[in-house]
Design a protein around this ligand. Structure first.
Ligand code: URA
Length: 231
């Protein structure tokens, strides 16, 4: 391929990536730039969790901004080996600005302790960062708008494994329409990172059967073994 073709290809890939992490505008520099300048010189992608949070700003990119109180970015160890991903903040999380702090959060903390870890050891985030009204599932346009921020968060943290809590998280990370009952307990992959889909703690609270509890425990034990394997 010609040099110009290579440059065009590299730029197209870079611009696609910027779109994925939510960048909608590129500023042109006043100073004349060399024709084949490195893309990094044009605009830096958020390189830390703090700069990613700054990039999100007081987000108005989708309709979830209308009723939210707080953007719920994520919490935990920025170098966590294990990451948990839920669907979106509920009422308690919206009020406090932290994921999984309500009843489902208490259950999640229990689940994390059951595999010998503490909430502070892991990183917890959601597919969407603003509360869907009435705790409905996030809609496809909301997931499409917000998930690139989750994806960048995952890249920055670099966990050894991810636990996807419930259908929306599993579907988003695994890019599938298959429901959680069929997915749970089987490893999938997000950009090379192993993903274990399991039931959402809120579902577990609603359907507190021995079978469901055993299923979730078995999924979490598999995730724990995976991060220990690769330490
Ligand atoms: N349910 C989720 O999926 N995420 C939260 O942060 C809280 C409840």
């Amino acid at each position: 391929m010609s040099d110009a073709g290579d440059v065009r290809k590299a730029l197209a890939s870079w611009v696609g990536y910027l779109g994925e992490i939510g960048v909608r505008e590129l500023a042109l520099r006043d100073a004349p730039a060399p024709v084949a300048s490195a893309p990094e010189e044009v605009l830096d992608a958020p390189a830390t969790l703090a700069s990613l949070r700054d990039e999100i700003g007081d987000c108005r990119r989708c309709k979830l901004c209308e009723a939210r109180t707080h953007i719920v970015f994520g919490v935990g160890n920025p170098h966590a080996k294990l990451m948990f991903v839920g669907e979106g903040p509920g009422a308690d999380e919206d009020a406090q600005g932290e994921p999984f702090v309500g009843r489902a959060g208490q259950k999640l903390n229990e689940m994390i302790r059951a595999i010998g870890l503490a909430r502070e050891d892991v990183y917890i985030a959601n597919v969407v960062k603003c509360r869907p009204p009435g705790n409905r599932d996030p809609e496809p346009d909301e997931v499409a708008t917000c998930s690139p921020f989750l994806f960048r968060q995952i890249e920055l943290i670099g966990p050894k494994a991810i636990v996807a809590l419930g259908s929306p998280a599993a579907k988003t990370l695994l890019q599938t329409k298959v429901g959680i009952t069929a997915l749970r307990g089987r490893w999938g992959s997000f950009r090379g990172i192993p993903v274990m889909p399991t039931f959402h703690p809120a579902y577990l609270l609603r359907s507190y059967t021995v079978e469901n509890r055993q299923a979730v425990f078995s999924d979490l034990k598999a995730a724990r073994a995976r991060i220990d394997e690769t330490s």
